[in-house]
Design a protein around this ligand. Structure first.
Ligand code: UD1
Ligand code: CA
Length: 496
C-alpha cells in the first residue's frame, strides 16, 4: 500500500492575518465543517497517523475537532509562528515513519486520491521530496515554482523576483519528504531576508542543488485552492457546494435554483425530491424520497420522511418528521420534535420538544411545547400550550382522537384523555377524562335589544361633540377634523 511507512504533519499554527477576522481561518466552517477538519478527514480515510501543529487559538482548534472523533491525530505546539519550516521542525519528535507527508491545513478541497497519487509517484520515482503543483491564472499569494539553471525552487510571494511574478505554476502546500532528508535539511533552512520567516519551501531548492530528484505532481486548481482571505474562503465554498449539488443531482434530486441553495457536506437527500430556491439544508439533515422542500426553508439536523412537503419559510431544527406530512408555510419546529406520518402542521405554528402522533393536525397559529400528542388529534387555531410557570417546564399529554377547539389555553401539567373534546376558547387547568367535553370559559349572556340602545346613545354623544367644536372653530375645519379627513388646501402643492 502506498500509505504504509507514511506519517503526516498538518500545519495549523499560523495567525490567519490575511483573513482579517479575530477567529483563525482554520475554524471557519465550509459546508458546515471547520476548515481544519478537511485534511484530517482525508488522512483518517487513508489511515495515515497525523500530527497537528497548533499555535494561534490552539485550544479552540482542538475543541473544534473533538466531536469528529479522529482516531489517529495528536498535537504539538509551535511557540511563535516563525514560518512553515519552523512549524514542521516543531513536530520532529513525531517523525516515526520513513516518509513524512506535510500538508497546509488551509487546503480543504484536497482528496484522498490526490494524496495517494502523490505518494505513489514519490515512491516510484525514488525522489527525496515530492510536492503538488497547479496552474493558476492569477498566482498572487502562491509560491511560484521555477526551474532555473537546472535547479527547481519555489519563490514565495514576498521574495519573488519580478521576472517570476507572472509564473503561473504554483506550489499548493502538499509535500512528502524522506525523513532522512527532512531531518538534515530542516536544520539548514534560513530566515527569509524579506519576511523573517523560515520557509518550508526552501527545502525544494536545497534538494535540487544537491542533485537529488524532486518530483512534482500536477493537480487541478479546484482540488488544491488555498484559503488565506475571505474571498478565497468564498471561492472554496462555492466549489465544494456545487460539487455536492452535482452529486445529489446525479442521484435524482431537482434543485429549483441550484446556485441559491446552501447545503452542508453531511446532508443526504433521497431521489425524486425537490429543493426550492434559497433552502438551507444544514448539519446532518436527511431528506427522504419524493419530498418537496419549498423556497427559503431551513432544515438543520432534521430527518424528513418520504413524500413529505415542507412549505416555504419553515425553520426546523433537531427534529424528525415522518412521511407524507405537511409542514408550514412559516412553521417552526425545534428541540427534538418528533412528528409521525401524515401529520399536518400549518402556518405560524411553533412546536418545541414534543411528539405528534399519526394523522394529527395543528394547522394555524399555535404554540405546542413539551407535549405528547396521540394519533388523530386536532389542535384548533390559536391554541397555546402553557408549559412554563416561570421557573419550571411542565408536560401536556393529549391522547388519541382528542379535539381541541380554537383558542384554547392548556395550562400544563395537564392531560386530556382519549377522545376528549375541549370547547373553543377554553382555559384547561385540570385533566379531562376520556370522551368528556370540557368547557372552561365565561358563559355568554345576550342582553335583549341592548345593541340598538347602545347605538342610540353613541349618536347622541356625537351630536354634543359636534356642536361644541362648531362653536369654538371655523365650520369647515371642524367638519374635516371630525371626519378624520385632511384638508387638501393645507397640504404643500407638490404632494397633492
Ligand atoms: C504557503 C507556501 C506557498 C504555497 C501556499 C499554498 C510556504 C512558505 N509557502 O504559503 O508556497 O503556494 O502555501 O497555499 O510554506 N503555519 C504554521 N506556522 C507558521 C506559519 C504557517 O503552522 O509559522 C501554517 C498555517 O496555519 C497554514 C499553513 O501553515 O495552515 C500555510 O501557511 P500560510 O501562511 O497560509 O502560507 P501561504 O502564505 O499560503
Ligand atoms: Ca495559505
Amino acid at each position: 500500500m502506498v500509505t504504509t511507512g507514511v506519517r503526516a504533519v498538518i500545519l495549523a499554527a499560523g495567525k490567519s492575518k490575511r483573513f482579517k477576522r479575530r477567529q483563525s481561518k482554520l475554524l471557519a466552517e465550509i459546508c458546515g465543517r471547520p476548515m481544519v477538519v478537511f485534511p484530517l478527514r482525508v488522512l483518517e480515510e487513508l489511515k495515515i497517523s497525523a500530527t497537528l501543529v497548533l499555535g494561534y487559538q490552539a485550544d479552540q482548534i482542538k475543541d473544534s475537532i473533538e466531536s469528529f472523533k479522529m482516531k489517529h491525530v495528536d498535537c504539538v505546539l509551535q511557540g511563535e509562528p516563525l514560518g512553515t519550516g519552523n512549524a514542521v521542525l516543531c513536530s520532529q519528535s513525531r517523525w516515526d515513519k520513513e516518509n513524512i507527508l506535510i500538508l497546509n491545513a488551509d487546503v480543504p478541497l484536497l482528496t484522498p486520491e490526490l494524496i495517494k497519487q502523490l505518494l505513489e509517484k514519490h515512491k516510484q520515482s525514488g525522489a527525496i521530496m515530492s510536492f503538488v503543483s497547479t496552474h493558476v491564472i492569477n498566482p498572487t499569494g502562491y509560491g511560484r515554482v521555477v526551474e532555473q539553471d537546472g535547479v527547481t525552487r519555489i519563490y514565495e510571494e514576498k521574495d519573488c523576483p519580478s521576472e517570476y511574478k507572472s509564473e503561473n505554476r504554483v506550489n499548493v502546500g502538499i509535500y512528502v519528504v524522506k525523513r532522512s532528508f527532512l531531518q538534515d535539511g530542516i536544520q539548514k533552512l534560513e530566515r527569509s531576508k524579506v519576511s523573517g520567516e523560515i520557509y518550508l519551501t526552501d527545502l525544494v531548492e536545497l534538494a535540487s542543488r544537491r542533485g537529488e530528484h524532486v518530483e512534482i505532481v500536477g493537480a487541478p486548481f479546484d482540488q488544491v485552492r488555498g484559503v488565506n482571505t475571505l474571498q478565497e474562503l468564498w471561492a472554496v465554498e462555492q466549489v465544494m457546494r456545487s460539487n455536492l449539488i452535482k452529486h445529489w443531482m446525479s442521484n435524482g434530486v431537482r434543485f429549483e435554483l441550484a446556485q441559491g441553495i446552501h447545503i452542508d457536506i453531511d446532508v443526504e437527500i433521497g431521489p425524486d425530491s425537490f429543493i426550492g430556491t434559497g433552502a438551507h439544508l444544514l448539519g446532518r439533515t436527511k431528506i427522504g424520497e419524493g419530498c418537496f422542500i419549498a423556497a427559503f426553508t431551513i432544515l438543520e439536523n432534521t430527518v424528513v420522511g418520504d413524500g413529505t412537503m415542507v412549505h416555504s419559510h419553515c425553520v426546523v431544527q433537531d427534529s424528525v418528521i415522518g412521511g407524507d406530512a405537511h409542514i408550514g408555510p412559516f412553521a417552526r419546529l425545534r428541540n427534538n420534535v418528533v412528528v409521525a406520518d401524515n401529520v399536518c402542521i400549518g402556518n405560524f405554528v411553533e412546536i418545541k420538544n414534543s411528539t405528534i402522533g399519526y394523522g394529527s393536525k395543528t394547522k394555524h397559529l399555535s404554540y405546542v411545547g413539551d407535549a405528547t400528542l396521540g394519533d388523530n388529534v386536532n389542535i384548533g387555531a390559536g391554541t397555546v400550550f402553557c408549559n412554563y410557570d416561570g421557573s419550571k417546564k411542565h408536560k401536556t399529554i393529549i391522547e388519541n382522537d382528542v379535539f381541541i377547539g380554537s383558542n384554547n389555553t392548556l395550562i400544563a401539567p395537564v392531560k386530556l384523555g382519549e377522545g376528549a373534546y375541549a370547547a373553543a376558547g377554553s382555559t384547561i387547568t385540570t385533566d379531562v377524562p376520556p370522551q368528556d367535553l370540557a368547557i372552561a370559559r365565561a358563559r355568554q349572556e345576550n342582553k335583549g335589544q341592548y345593541a340598538k340602545k347602545f347605538r342610540g346613545e353613541e349618536k347622541k354623544k356625537e351630536k354634543v361633540f359636534c356642536n361644541k367644536v362648531c362653536t369654538s372653530k371655523k365650520k369647515d375645519d371642524e367638519r374635516f377634523h371630525f371626519l378624520g379627513a385632511v384638508k387638501t388646501h393645507d397640504m404643500p402643492e407638490e404632494s397633492v
